[in-house]
Design a binder for this molecule. Structure first.
Ligand code: ZN
Length: 82
């Protein structure tokens, strides 16, 4: 199944904790916009393509505080604008 999620409700989430072995960000609680399914079924990729998201911590995009929003290319363009 490789359907694109374009006709689903957008959602956002923090990245999966298993990726914390790569602490390459200064903010440890960035919230990413959800993108496509990861190719091997590990979960859902962030829009910016840098993280597997934790689907158990999903956020309604409009409710994510500006300070927590991932600003990497991909996620940045996907956030709803007020
Ligand atoms: Zn992101």
């Amino acid at each position: 199944m490789t359907t694109t999620p374009d006709n689903e409700e957008p959602w956002a989430a923090t990245r999966d904790a298993s990726w914390y072995e790569r602490p390459d960000v200064h903010s440890d609680k960035s919230v990413h916009m959800a993108g496509r399914k990861a190719p091997r079924g590990e979960g859902v990729m962030s829009r910016c393509g840098r993280s597997i998201l934790d689907e158990n911590s999903s956020w309604i995009p409009e409710r994510v505080p500006l300070g927590l929003r991932c600003r990497s290319n991909g996620c940045r363009q996907a956030w709803p604008t007020a």
